[in-house]
Design a protein around this ligand. Sequence first.
Ligand code: CAO
Length: 448
Amino acid sequence: MSKKAANGNGAYPKPSSKPFGQDGKALQGVRILDFTHVQSGPTCTQLLAWFGADVIKVERPGVGDITRGQLVDVKGADSLYFTMLNHNKRSITIDSKHPQGMRVLNALIKSCDVLVENFAPGALDRMGLTWDYIHKLNPRMIVASVKGFGPGPYEDCKVYENVAQCAGGSASTTGFRDGPPLVTGAQIGDSGTGLHLALGIVSALYQRIRTGRGQKVLCAMQDGVLNLSRVKLRDQQRLKHGPLTEYSQYGEGIPFGDATPRAGNDSGGGQPGRILKCKGAPEDPNAYIYFITQAPVWGEICDIIGEPTWKTDPEFATPKARLPKLNQIFARIEQWTMTMTKFEVMNACNAVDIPVGPILSMKEIAEEKSLRDTGTVVEVDHPTRGKYLTVGNPIKMSDSISEVKRSPLLGEHTDEILSDVLGFKAAEIAEIKNSGALSAPEKKEKAA
Ligand code: CAO
């Protein structure tokens, strides 16, 4: 009986003899038709590009991805919004609604492995690029989409980040109980969904090794946010069985309603935590630390804050006894944290294994040496804007090392894609270009 390898692709190749990091990249050989714009889709294709995929970004002639011109800080240069989401990609401009533009798109569909898009619902179909059409042209093509909502009452809606945070359960569970719902600074709707989509794509590529055919991959932003808010749906169900004892409102004697409430800065897990002032607060808006009263180190906490009797006092000695007194306990810990900077608290607590986290400002993160050393924060040079900082690949692999290359200028690689990737002859390229399918319409001269 023949033995099939677990990856369904016959026998494994012999392990490479090249040193780790020197045998190409994980997604080398994968070509992506990148029809994405704004943030969610570009996050996904940027990740794939960092893993070595050849990402060809298709942009509308003249304007390109709308973010090129949004939140502009350096006049005449692509915005940071665009540059920080489109590293390691190539750009071609194509009017998808022009017959010669469709000719180029057809060639791209035939030569790419994955089409990624995050247009408004129905826009891809209106271009004529239905699943049936694409699948017929290239049965191996994976068509991956971000939409705001999955099938259902809202499937036709356009969606941006904060809409998804609200519809996915994050906003209703973020903020303080007596204040309005809040959105978070982390872009869990856009970048979070892009990250989910990237996983769907590499899984589909893996399945294609076995089946030989592509498939549709859909990530709805509402679903992505809900996935990240999973613990709050956990708490929703726990409510049926009694109050959520680790929430501050339990200790404050405030009854729970019928939905998971906002819990301020309470810890998301069963370990009570709070954000506490350190030396310099509140004048310094970031002189704070997150302090977790982890049960196994309760003794160390009592010693460090100068309350050794709390170790054995039955009013404080057990996690259960402490739950109704969290305000008192954290007020006492804060008296101690306020005597030191957040970094001094961090050092003192880490020495005895107490989990704490300094509230780092973006300025501190930008200047943090260790993040530069690991390539998580990277300085990139750009021909029109000069040097800028960006976030590099947060996923580190030992045999697929990411380099961060600057984002492309609009249409920068149009010629090389037409000739080298798609194999069009010079006369064909001239015909396509002369048709106006790859360039913005000439601006009409104003009547005198
Ligand atoms: N050539 C010709 N036309 C092009 C083109 C090209 N290269 N690229 C895009 N277009 C056209 C589309 O075909 C569409 O035309 P129709 O409406 O006539 O079909 C048009 O540009 C606008 O596309 P859009 O509807 O996707 O863009 P929008 O600015 O109106 O909406 C957004 C933006 C993000 C709300 C919407 O795309 C969306 O809901 N996407 C899905 C969810 C998502 O990813 N949201 C996250 C965005 S980041 O916060």
